[in-house]
Write a protein that binds this ligand. Structure first.
Ligand code: CTP
Length: 402
């Protein structure tokens, strides 16, 4: 989603500036046009040469701002070119200036001379971040629809403290930029309560053996992020998630479960007040009839496993659906993906079904990309060609909103 986008990055003076180098490099590799502004204090931590090398473009500093040239003023040119603006690390000083509309260097002047969405990634020592004046500035800034926040999280800080104020990780920042590139900052799900399930459920035979599936939770996490980035109040109920995708973003409510029965209980508790429910979880269809609460020795393992079906959560939701609710199911199919999905759409009383092939390269379980056909209960269909799971999520949300 970032290919050919013009991304402007303003780097503030904090030790987290070193992490921005990774962001610059990733964005360049995604095909984005990256321009970087370094404040005076940012240059104490990283050099213009570092970001210029990574972005394959000159880095800009206040020295360039005050240079006499015949071309247009630098802040105007940079501001007009940008599709997205990232400020990372956002220091207490720059935050204060932005919250009060002040501009005294290239970075802050470019903010005022641009119109694109701005993503802010604050980084501060915990004492600084928790100061009431800093929190007031932060909240004030976020009332302006132009500004979007990422982090800060908690963790080990450069001052040897463990606390809040740690800049969001590069991966999180890149994810947010991807969302912003798609939405251009629209918050069309503001005020909507959205329940999303993801990951795979597991049905244990004993404490170490289970029936499960290869779901990693990538699709569910992408949906939760996209819905939350568009202003929705998201509750994410999830089964097993691949460890490299953890920890989950603190932007929304997270409820971990293991079995289908636990997922049903959590879903039923939260479904009534939800406006949109998206069941993307890969729920195991059967469970062993017997469970041993100790590790079964090999000789006690059954050679024929007696199974029973688990509850169909989506059908239960379909039966209890309220007039204001939109219910979306997934169908992971092989072969014909449309007819079985149409059957599920009807049988489970859904509004929309997302049917996706799991026998195609780059689609289905564990992949970063997916493809699907979105079908609504009026017969409208939308084909989504292979794209990132985040983009598929946004396309689905557009389909829901429409
Ligand atoms: N689902 C559910 N509870 C189950 C099984 C599935 O809520 N016990 C949901 C899934 O989250 C998905 C949808 O139902 O959104 C379709 O899942 P799928 O397994 O394809 O549906 P089935 O009705 O079990 O169809 P099939 O006969 O093809 O297995």
């Amino acid at each position: 989603m970032l290919k050919s986008k013009s991304i402007l990055i303003g780097v503030g003076g904090g030790i987290a500036a070193y992490k921005v180098c990774e962001v610059v490099s990733s964005l360049f590799q995604s095909g984005a046009e990256v321009r970087v502004i370094l404040t005076e204090t940012a240059q104490r931590f990283i050099k213009p040469l570092t970001v210029a090398t990574l972005s394959r473009h000159q880095a800009y500093t206040d020295k360039d701002f005050w240079q006499a040239t015949h071309s247009r003023p630098l802040h105007i040119a940079l501001g007009e070119e940008a599709d997205l603006f990232l400020i990372a690390p956002l220091t207490a000083n720059t935050l204060g200036k932005l919250a009060h509309g002040l501009a005294d260097n290239l970075l802050t002047n470019t903010v005022l001379a641009s119109r694109c969405p701005i993503l802010l990634a604050p980084a501060m020592n915990t004492e600084m971040w928790e100061q009431p004046i800093i929190q007031r500035n932060w909240e004030k800034l976020k009332t302006d629809p132009r500004y979007h926040g990422v982090g800060p999280g908690s963790g080990l800080l450069a001052c040897d403290r463990i606390g809040s104020g740690r800049m969001a990780e590069p991966k999180e920042i890149i994810n947010k930029l991807n969302s912003l590139a798609y939405t251009q900052g629209k918050r069309d799900l503001k005020g909507k309560r959205i329940l999303i399930t993801g990951g795979g459920t597991r049905e244990h035979l004993d404490p170490v053996r289970f029936l499960g599936n290869p779901s990693t939770g990538k699709m569910g996490l992408a949906l939760a992020q996209a819905a939350s980035d568009r202003g929705g109040m998201v509750t994410f109920i999830h089964g097993a998630i691949a460890s490299e995708l953890l920890p989950i973003s603190p932007d929304y409510k997270i409820i971990p479960v293991v079995t289908a029965e636990e997922m049903k209980a959590a879903v039923m508790t939260h479904s009534e007040q939800s406006d949109i429910i998206i069941m993307s979880a890969a729920v195991a269809d059967v469970k062993p009839s017997d469970y041993a609460n100790y590790k079964l020795p090999k000789k006690e393992l059954p050679t024929n496993l007696k199974l029973e079906t688990v509850v169909d959560i989506l059908s239960k939701l379909g039966n209890a659906k309220k007039p204001h609710q939109i219910l979306i199911g997934f169908a992971a199919q092989t072969g014909d993906i449309v007819n079985p999905a149409l059957d599920k759409l009807k049988r489970k009383n859904l509004d929309i079904i997302v049917t996706n092939p799991i026998d195609k390269k780059g689609a289905g379980f564990g992949t970063n990309t997916n493809q699907a056909i979105l079908i609504d209960n009026q017969g409208k269909q939308k084909i989504v060609d292979s794209c990132s799971k985040l983009e598929l999520s946004h396309q689905l949300l557009d389909f829901i909103v429409a």
